[in-house]
Structure formats: structure tokens, C-alpha cells
Ligand binder design. Structure first.
Ligand code: BDR
Ligand code: CA
Length: 312
């Protein structure tokens, strides 16, 4: 069992990633860490606690993290038009989770765990990279001690989704992404190059509705909202992208994606239209070698995800 920390900004596809990870025997969930992104940190934390309750996994601790970007005074914006006012497409229904967050911050928890298990901990970050940047900054040994880092974010060969250039997670905290990418961490980047090819088709929702469990209906309701948002910007797409679940998927089975190592850098010029863009460096002077997922076996991944995310 791989010990993992899943860093989330829960979010509908974050919720699917949590369910997928929680139901995967290959993974040992050390904890979930939260931060702003799709919603505020408070909302992401509430949603995360609630999803764990739905999954019957209250044993997994939750640590709240950054509520503002790494080097900016304020959050650039949330994505409630994509994930709903509650971040879960209305599926929360005003429910309040019973669980409490741990006393450490997200970054403190990351540092604590990699120090306890040198070289073993995998961090899967599927929101902006603020918590990860804070962990790197907090401990000079962090980069050496962490096992694997997989991020959902960026795009190397395709356009952005939140602007024509930038993907939402790298756009939400460009300086954090830049700092993390240049930190020397060995990073696998699960970006829009592969996640936009990894769709959950609307027809699959019926499989969840047929299960008649609370979790299955919760997932189907939230996914329905997410698909409607996808249809608004991508008419005829017929589903939604499984961004965050794919980052979990390649930790379970790296053969889901073909990876190429590239010098990737992040655009941080304030006010520029390209803010938050990730691109292959021409000079390499400010870049790191990142393992970029370039191709995905989308059908095989989808089957695997569907077999795990919602259990009977
Ligand atoms: C990413 O942005 C968020 O809206 C999703 O949860 C995902 O992590 C996709 O660009
Ligand atoms: Ca996310």
C-alpha cells in the first residue's frame, strides 16, 4: 500500500478523486489536506469532511491549509460556476459534517509525514500548489524526503481551460506553481493534455443511479451539475473531464499514461494574458524537468475509475 497525502480544493472532480482513492486498496490515505481553489478553504474543508463521512472514512484526518496564494495578497477567484455554490453542485444540500480538522496546517502535516517516512510518501496535489509550495519553503529537507509528487495542473501541448493559456490550478496560484516546479521535486504533471481526453460520459451516471446508495446518488447529482457546466463551454462534449481522478489513477497504475520529460516553466508576469500558463521552456534557464503525461489510455482508465469510485 502506497502511503499518500491527497491535497484537494474540493470541488466535484476532487470529490470523485477522494472516493476513487478511498476505495483503492493499493493506497493508504495518510490524510487529506485542503486549500482554496474551486471554493474557499473553509468550504473545501467542509466538503472534504462531508465526502469522507459519505464514504464512511472518518478515520482519515483532514488538515486545512492555505486560504490565500503563495505570493499574492488575495485569491484571484473561485470556480463556483463550474462546481456550484457549495462546490459540490448543490449535492451537499446544506449538510454540515460532524468531523473536525486536525491541529496542524496542511503544509505542517506534509512535512511531518515525509519526515516520519523518508522517501515513501506520495503527494497527489489536485488543487492550486500553495500548500505544496509552503511545505517546500518550510523545510529544506522536504524535497529530498518526499517520495513522489503527482499534480493535476497545467498543460504542455494544449490550450488552457480558465484562460486561453492557463489551466485553473496553475492560474489560481502561479507563483506557487513556479516555486514548486523549480524546487527540484520530481514531479509528474497530469495536465489538460491528458485530462481533457479522459471524459466521464453522461451515460455512465445511470450506473451510479442504479446502485441506489446515498453515495451513488450524491456522486451522480454532483457529476450532473459538472457535466452541465462542461456543456456550457464545450457544447456536445457529452460528459465531464476526470481531471483529479486521473492524478490518483496514475499513482495506482502508472501505465494509464505515457510520460515525456520536459523542461516546463510557469508564466508569472502579473497582468499578462498568459499568467499561470505552463509551457515547454525554450531556454531552460528557469525550468525544471517535469514528467508530463502526454497520452492516456482513457477507456481503460474510465473502466478502472468506474469500478472503484462508487462501491455497491
Ligand atoms: C482543475 O481545476 C479544478 O476546477 C478542478 O478541480 C481540477 O483540479 C482542472 O483544471
Ligand atoms: Ca481540484
Amino acid at each position: 500500500m502506497k502511503p499518500i497525502i491527497l491535497d484537494v480544493d474540493t470541488g466535484i472532480d476532487d470529490m470523485m478523486a477522494i472516493a476513487y482513492a478511498a476505495h483503492s486498496p493499493e493506497l493508504r490515505l495518510l490524510g487529506l489536506t485542503t486549500q482554496f481553489g474551486n471554493v474557499s478553504t473553509e468550504e473545501a474543508t467542509r466538503n472534504t469532511l462531508y465526502v469522507l463521512e459519505m464514504l464512511g472514512r472518518e478515520d482519515v484526518p483532514v488538515y486545512a491549509g492555505a486560504s490565500k496564494p503563495f505570493a499574492r495578497p488575495e485569491v484571484l477567484g473561485h470556480a463556483k460556476h463550474v462546481h456550484g455554490e457549495d462546490g459540490l453542485g448543490g449535492a451537499l444540500g446544506g449538510a454540515a459534517p460532524k468531523g473536525q480538522v486536525g491541529s496542524m496546517t496542511a503544509a505542517e502535516f506534509m512535512v511531518d509525514q515525509v519526515r516520519r517516512m523518508p522517501g515513501e510518501v506520495t503527494i497527489i496535489a489536485v488543487g492550486p500548489l500553495t500548500n505544496l509550495a509552503l511545505a517546500v519553503q518550510a523545510d529544506p529537507e522536504f524535497v529530498r524526503l518526499v517520495g513522489q509528487v503527482v499534480i493535476m495542473g497545467g498543460a504542455a501541448t494544449v490550450p488552457g481551460n480558465v484562460t486561453p493559456y492557463a489551466e485553473a490550478n496553475t492560474h489560481s496560484d502561479p507563483e506557487a506553481a513556479d516555486y514548486v516546479f523549480r524546487s527540484g521535486l520530481s514531479i509528474t504533471m497530469v495536465g489538460l493534455d491528458v485530462t481533457m481526453k479522459t471524459l466521464l460520459p453522461r451515460t455512465k451516471l445511470q450506473e451510479w443511479r442504479n446502485k441506489e446508495t446515498k453515495l451513488a446518488h450524491f456522486m451522480a447529482d454532483a457529476a450532473d451539475f459538472y457535466m452541465n457546466a462542461y456543456e456550457t463551454w464545450n457544447p456536445g462534449i457529452g460528459g465531464c473531464a476526470l481531471h483529479d481522478p486521473l492524478a490518483v489513477g496514475i499513482v495506482i497504475d502508472p501505465s494509464f499514461c505515457r510520460v515525456e520529460t520536459m523542461p516546463i516553466e510557469v508564466d508569472v508576469e502579473d497582468g499578462a494574458p498568459t499568467l499561470g500558463r505552463t509551457h515547454v521552456s525554450e531556454t531552460s534557464s528557469r525550468s525544471s524537468d517535469i514528467h508530463v503525461c502526454i497520452e492516456v489510455d482513457a477507456d481503460r482508465f474510465l473502466d478502472h475509475f468506474m469500478s472503484r469510485a462508487v462501491q455497491a
